[in-house]
Write a protein that binds this ligand. Structure first.
Ligand code: V47
Ligand code: SF4
Length: 368
């Protein structure tokens, strides 16, 4: 591939990308400081095309947010509530079952399950939930609990991280979603989410989960008070862990939504930054296979465009998203399989419906 750049400061980086060489912190910073979005996007698109050609992935999935009661109360979160709040809810295992049964006729391949840290729930609630789902949806992947929840569940059960994950795995856990790392910086942590685990613990929990053989995803919450240096360092920390474990499957940049949060003065991210962040993620994270454009946070149209800026996956149908919509997201709460396919085909790419492990399940349409 031959990449041309309008911003000549990017030429040495383009040469590295062409040669398949690893980018440095300085390269990441230079990409962020450049306004030459098209050249950055072109580099990321070349890398995506080399790996995935004309295809783009999506998954038929369902999100379950089992409780919004959370003792962490991160200041960027509109979703969390105190236990005695009028808006607080916690679904029983039976209520979760009902939500899944409501959609049981649909070929859902993945259940994405996350919630707040609710001190009134015993450890058995989590194993019972997994076992119940395993029974009623035996062919779907249960992708559940962020590293923050895993850390909390380890303390709740009194077992080591690895033993806790193994117990959850035995009950039905098959994968861990991203989330919870936010931006790995002590400064941002102390300002925005001091009660939540910090960088070192997040990496330690994730590494322990990888050691048990489970794949996980990783995210970065951007567009609040973080600096560009902090963003690049976050990506480099993920890349370093991935060199050791190969446990990350996908990376998902999460655009901050400030409505109904303590940071409501911060405007929503712009398209330029969203696309640049996706492209830079693809270029720096040379060892994480998939980059998701999460349509819930950046909208369907920009997610579609992001397929030409390094993303190879639009994530899923989702059905009922709560975390970002509580913070003012204007996107739909869910998309049909037809809409996902249309977003991809109308961009001239071939949609590949996948399972959680990126197996092509197009031949199994309808079966799940
Ligand atoms: O951990 C919280 C973030 C995350 C806000 O692994 C917010 O496949 C924006 O991790 N504005 C949960 N973001 C979502 C998540 C995720 C999403 C899609 C796919 C996958 C995957 C993982 O949402 C939280 C937090 O980082 N978040 N509040 C907000 N106001
Ligand atoms: Fe709790 Fe997660 Fe919201 Fe933080 S982001 S308050 S940990 S639900």
């Amino acid at each position: 591939m031959k990449i041309t750049c309008n911003d000549t400061t990017l030429i040495p980086i383009a040469k590295k990308v062409e040669a398949g060489e690893r980018l440095s912190f300085e390269d990441g910073k230079a990409l962020y400081l450049s306004q030459d979005l098209i050249s950055i996007g072109n580099m990321a698109n070349q890398v995506r095309k080399k790996r995935y050609g004309n295809t783009a992935y999506f998954i038929y999935n369902q999100h379950i947010n089992y409780t919004n009661v959370c003792s962490n109360m991160c200041s960027f979160c509109a979703y969390a509530e105190e236990e005695n709040s009028e808006k607080a809810y916690t679904w029983s295992v039976d209520q979760i079952k009902q939500r899944i049964m409501d959609r049981i006729e649909e070929p859902i391949r993945e259940l994405h399950i996350v919630g707040g840290l609710n001190r009134s729930l015993p450890f058995s609630y989590f194993t019972d939930m997994l076992a119940m789902i395993r029974q009623i949806r035996p062919t779907a992947t249960i992708k559940a609990f962020t590293a923050v929840e895993i850390d909390y569940l380890s303390a709740l059960s009194g077992a080591s991280l690895e033993d806790t994950v193994l117990t959850l795995k035995q009950a039905g856990l098959m994968m861990m979603p991203g989330g919870g790392a936010e931006v790995m910086s002590d400064r941002v942590h102390d300002n925005l989410f001091p009660k939540k685990i910090g960088k070192d613990r997040w990496l330690e929990v994730t590494e322990a989960v990888h050691r048990t053989g489970l794949k996980t995803n990783a995210t970065m919450l951007y567009g609040h008070i973080e600096t560009l240096d902090e963003r690049v360092n976050h990506l480099l920390s993920l890349r370093t862990l991935q060199d050791r474990t190969s446990g990350f499957s996908a990376f998902i940049p999460l655009a901050f939504h400030s409505q109904n949060t303590k940071l409501s003065h911060i405007p929503t991210t712009n398209a330029f930054d969203d696309l640049k962040t996706i492209a830079i993620s693809r270029l720096i994270l040379d060892n994480i296979p998939h980059i998701k454009a999460y349509w819930v946070m950046i909208g369907e149209k920009l997610a579609q465009t992001a397929l030409f800026f390094g993303a190879d996956d639009l994530d899923g149908t989702i059905i009922e998203e709560r975390i970002t919509h509580t913070a003012g997201a204007k996107s739909a709460k869910g998309l049909s399989r037809k809409s996902m396919e249309h977003l991809i085909t109308s961009a001239g790419l071939e949609p590949v419906e996948r399972d959680s492990f990126y197996n092509d399940v197009r031949d199994l349409k309808g079966e799940a």
